[in-house]
Design a protein around this ligand. Structure first.
Ligand code: ADP
Length: 340
């Protein structure tokens, strides 16, 4: 995908007030409603993670053979590839409590309370064992110590506390500690030592087959036009969405239903999917941004220049679509079809 004149947006987050000694980790004991069948396109990761579920379910069997129960893996991969969904699926399958916390939450509020919160989170996990403790975006607290960009003493202390707590868990504690990051290279090597996060599971962007199975998962609840077959549609949409992650696919399916509802259609048709894909790629159409004919001409020449050059280049991907409709992310875009 190539963009003309791109713009970027920023999201913000708010926080609440907590005192030391209170945990801000969320504990979920009810059925989380996610199963392995809801996670598609990352079969190897699912297989590896099943071992951890087995070790949690049959811990006695493992200990009888003298095996040390693995503490837990570090899930790595680009954003939106299922790193948060997988732990939820493990919890759903194992039927155990889920204690979860985002790494950035340790840093957001008051300086210095991070270590206390880490301690409390592990205390809650011990109380709820057997259970799964999940630290999302661990890079927020787990960056290399001594690195120029790593915050102050407070962050170092939070990381030290995390290491101490992980060492305090032995094979009989029956808590699996999972963490996820999309920046494993910035993590302190101490976190990856044996007995801590010594297993890494990578969830990469899905290939065309993976995307097709992820589409099948997200098409399940949709009310489709009767002429559409879910399997054929999933295959077609997978081909039309190069570079999309699971999160993008979920977004497309949701946008599709919103567009169909907006147009008062009783069911979802193929054209709604096309519009949704464009919307996910380019953002909302800017109906109020009217370009002067000479400006439009400039955009057309700009895009055409790219495409003509691409046409003559041997290794450039084939072109699927060029749009000069101004959208949230820019004035024009070209969608190519790389070989997957
Ligand atoms: P991240 O890797 O950033 O943690 P998430 O696990 O939070 O990504 O994924 C966000 C959403 O994208 C999920 O709630 C789910 O709807 C969808 N998704 C991501 N990966 C997959 C997948 N492999 N199969 C099905 N849905 C997925």
């Amino acid at each position: 995908m190539r963009w003309g004149l791109m713009g970027a947006g920023h999201g913000g987050r708010g926080g609440g007030l907590f005192g030391i000694g209170e945990t801000i980790a969320k504990t979920i004991k009810d059925d989380i409603g996610v199963r392995f069948a809801d996670v598609a396109g990352c079969e190897e990761a699912k297989l590896e993670i099943t071992e951890f579920v087995n070790s949690l379910k049959n811990s006695k069997q493992y200990q009888d053979l003298g095996a040390k129960i693995p503490k837990g893996p570090l899930l790595t991969g680009p954003p939106g590839t299922g790193k948060t969904l997988l732990p939820k699926a493990i919890v759903g399958e194992a039927g155990v409590p889920f204690i979860t916390m985002n790494g950035s939450e340790f840093l957001e509020m008051f300086v210095g309370v991070g270590p206390a919160w880490v301690h409390d989170m592990f205390a809650v996990a011990r109380k709820n064992a057997p259970c799964i403790l999940f630290v999302d975006e661990i890079d927020a607290i787990g960056q290399k110590r001594g690195c120029r960009h790593f915050g102050g003493r407070s962050e170092r202390n939070t990381l030290n506390q995390l290491l101490v707590e992980m060492d305090g868990f032995n094979s009989t504690t029956n808590v699996i500690v999972l963490a996820s990051t999309n920046r494993p290279h910035v993590l302190d090597p101490a976190l990856m030592r044996p007995g801590r996060f010594d297993h890494q599971i990578y969830t990469g962007p899905p290939d065309i087959k993976g995307k097709s199975s992820i589409f099948r998962v997200h098409l399940r609840p949709l009310k489709l036009d009767e002429s559409l077959s879910k399997d054929a549609l999933a295959r077609k949409l997978a081909a039309l969405t190069p570079g999309f992650t699971g999160a993008d696919i979920s977004n497309v399916c949701n946008e599709t239903t919103l567009i169909a509802t907006h147009h008062l259609n009783p069911c979802v048709g193929e054209k709604h999917f096309e519009q949704a894909i464009q919307r996910v790629i380019g953002g909302l159409e800017k109906k109020t941004q009217v370009l002067q004919p000479c400006e439009k001409m400039m955009v057309v020449y700009h895009e055409a220049g790219h495409e003509v050059v691409g046409w003559f280049l041997e290794h450039a991907d084939s072109l699927l679509k060029v749009s000069i409709v101004p959208r949230g992310k820019g004035l024009s875009y070209a969608q190519c079809l790389p070989r997957e």
